[in-house]
Design a protein around this ligand. Structure first.
Ligand SMILES: [Zn+2]
Length: 267
């Protein structure tokens, strides 16, 4: 599933190509992908900006915004060929943007701008740009939460943008066992989580995101991510730091990798 670094990498490519182009016409073919829209307004005009919060992209026009959530397997493809998994097509002045999605967990949502702000405000603070106040918000929520820290960090209402790969990485680097209960974490644990979150996400963006062996993630012009060569614990057998065997467990049916030597249960 595309997480923050993958969606941010996509945003940067699209921003370079599409900003200031007029959206001439578009069509969303699939009812499931179109499920949140009651109308598909015509004449959206010129694309002014592409924003991102968490894993969601917002294409901002004068009066409306188009939101893209890529779900498990959504792709935004620039000037590629329409295929049987293409569910939306957007004709700009000079470029054509395709929305492809094999599993169809993603969506395209079009809202008037006065409703658009709400779309982002239900998400927790963006994991890439946490202010001091954002960090306090996250820590306060955690103090009231008795779920595991793994599950807490995956909940987009607590903090937005993290998914399974990067939560595995961050908890490993922070030395925290993913089963630790959120309310047990101390300030020093949170300092570690916040600082590694920034490092892990920045490195992943620099590497154009992570393309796993299923090859699902690809940038809009067909380039694959390179961060899979820089992961510490995700899908590994041996600990990077102590060479101990990595345990592969499931939390909330998500693959979770743990080094019992390096990651302690906080209690
Ligand atoms: Zn270890």
């Amino acid at each position: 599933m595309p997480e923050l670094p993958e969606v941010e990498s996509i945003r940067r490519v699209l921003k370079n190509s599409l900003i200031n182009q007029k959206l001439q016409k578009y069509k969303i073919f699939d009812q499931r992908i179109n499920r949140f829209n009651t109308v598909n307004p015509r004449n959206l005009g010129v694309l002014l900006e592409i924003y991102r919060k968490g894993k969601i992209l917002q294409f901002n026009f004068k009066n409306n915004s188009i939101f893209f959530h890529l779900g498990m397997s959504g792709r935004l493809d620039l000037n590629g060929l329409k295929n049987k998994h293409t569910h939306g097509i957007f004709f700009f002045d000079e470029d054509v943007l395709l929305y492809d999605d094999i599993r169809k967990f993603g969506y395209i949502k079009i809202l008037k701008n006065d409703l658009a702000n709400k779309q982002f405000s239900i998400l927790g603070p963006d994991a890439l740009s946490l202010s001091k106040l954002d960090k306090i918000f996250v820590m306060n929520k955690a103090k009231k939460s008795s779920t595991s820290i793994k599950k807490f960090l995956l909940n987009q209402k607590n903090i937005s943008g993290l998914g399974n790969i990067y939560v595995n990485e961050i908890l490993f680097l922070a030395g925290i066992h993913p089963h630790s209960l959120s309310f047990k974490l101390q300030d020093t644990n949170w300092n570690d989580i916040f600082s590694y979150t920034k490092k892990v996400l920045k490195k992943a963006i620099k590497n154009n995101g992570t393309t796993l062996s299923d090859m699902t993630f690809v940038l809009p012009q067909g380039v694959y991510g390179n961060n899979q060569n820089n992961l510490y614990i995700y899908a590994k057998d041996k600990c990077f730091s102590c060479s101990n065997k990595i345990d592969n467990i499931f939390i909330d049916s998500r693959a979770t990798y743990v080094c019992k030597k390096c990651q302690k249960i906080i209690n």
